[in-house]
Design a protein around this ligand. Structure first.
Ligand code: NAD
Length: 335
């Protein structure tokens, strides 16, 4: 199949080209992100291969459908950037890669927790400048701490089991329970209890209308003073301004973000030579107790191999007229 690959980076080209050898699809790589201004790049392609910040809203889908689009192959797990209702109405199939590196994302989550807790980001800079003082670097031990995991799917469950190994107590919230997690000693509770009881809260649910700004002033008010908040899920799970207020009032003691609600204008690009215009994001970076990584939790070699392989297999399934287990349909959007 002839596929327009949007938001291409060198690593996408490398892994997709290698994985495509047995499939033989015609991959045409475009560096720009899919937006209203760049939709024309994908005109005439029956398939578009898109990533997390490509905009596949109703307008984009209608414009691309008019030019022959039949398939969207997401090379990511989340599908909040696609209007699934409009896709269904236009009979455009949407496939995704539901699991490619749940361990990678979970391990990155743990990395953020440990870096924040032991202030490794500050220690790294100090030692390089010959400052060996420990003042201000006091950490805490994870053993015995209560961790609230919101969203106990693949990533949430792995994160919980790693933290169990540290001797943490696990509280969980999800719209459906994972029996194995309960067997490992985690306790499912209502959200307000999780917010009240947790020393560390980690977000692993998808972004849906129900989870949009799940972390906002009312939920932050419920949390323990000095709580650590980690978001490796999706940026808009968190109201960033409310979190900044929480950091300023010291209600939030530590913040680790791999995702940011306005990341589409920032992440995946080298903007080191230009002025960042997003004042909310810039304010976040001024806190000594905040670590932001630019949506890199998934970014391991194993994950990129797996993403490329599954994406191309998904496309071949649909091209052959077979049903694809990784197809996403409108009615699943709220689950
Ligand atoms: P998953 O589908 O296995 O698990 C998601 C879990 O969230 C499910 O158990 C589901 O029941 C639960 N859920 C759905 N709605 C909920 C709600 N309203 N409240 C609480 N829980 C709810 O997905 P996964 O592979 O574990 O990934 C989780 C999320 O992580 C993805 O949706 C994606 O947004 C994000 N992600 C981020 C990266 C990254 O690089 N930072 C990489 C992969 C995935």
């Amino acid at each position: 199949m002839r596929i327009a690959v949007l938001s291409t980076k060198s690593y996408d080209r490398q892994f997709l080209t290698e994985a495509n050898k047995p499939y033989g699809h015609e991959l045409v790589f475009f560096e720009p992100r899919l937006t209203a201004q760049t939709t024309a790049l994908a005109h005439g392609f029956p398939a578009v291969c898109a990533f997390v910040n490509d905009v596949l809203d109703g307008a984009a889908l209608r414009a691309l459908h008019a030019k022959g689009l039949k398939l969207i192959a997401l090379r990511c797990a989340g599908f909040n950037n696609v209007d699934l209702e409009v896709a269904a109405e236009l009979d455009i199939k949407v496939v995704r890669v539901p699991a490619y590196s749940p361990y990678g994302v979970a391990e990155h989550t743990i990395g953020l927790i440990l870096a924040l807790n032991r202030k490794l980001h500050r220690a790294y800079n100090r030692v390089r400048e010959g400052n060996f003082s420990l003042e201000g670097l006091l950490g805490f031990e994870l053993r015995g701490k209560t961790i609230g995991i919101i969203g106990t799917g693949k990533i949430g469950v792995i994160t919980a089991s790693i933290l169990k190994g540290f001797g943490c107590n696990i509280l969980a919230y999800d719209i459906k329970q994972d029996a194995q997690l309960v067997a490992q000693g985690a306790r499912y509770v209502e959200l307000h209890e999780l917010f009240r009881e947790s020393d560390i809260i980690s977000l692993h649910c998808p972004l849906t209308p129900q989870t949009f700004h799940l972390i906002d002033k009312p939920t932050i008010d419920l949390m323990k003073k000095g709580v650590m908040l980690i978001n490796t899920g999706r940026g808009a799970l968190v109201n960033t301004q409310a979190v900044i207020n929480g950091l300023k009032s010291e209600k939030i003691g530590y913040l680790g973000l791999d995702v940011y609600e306005e990341e589409a204008d920032l992440f995946f690009e080298d903007l080191s030579g230009i002025v960042i215009k997003d004042d909310v994001f810039s304010r976040l970076l001024t806190f000594p107790n905040v670590i932001v990584t630019a949506h890199q939790a998934f970014f391991t070699g194993r994950a990129l191999e797996s993403i490329a392989q599954t994406t191309l297999a998904n496309i071949s399934e649909i091209e052959a007229g077979r049903s694809c287990v990784n197809e996403v349909k409108a009615e699943r959007k709220a689950t």
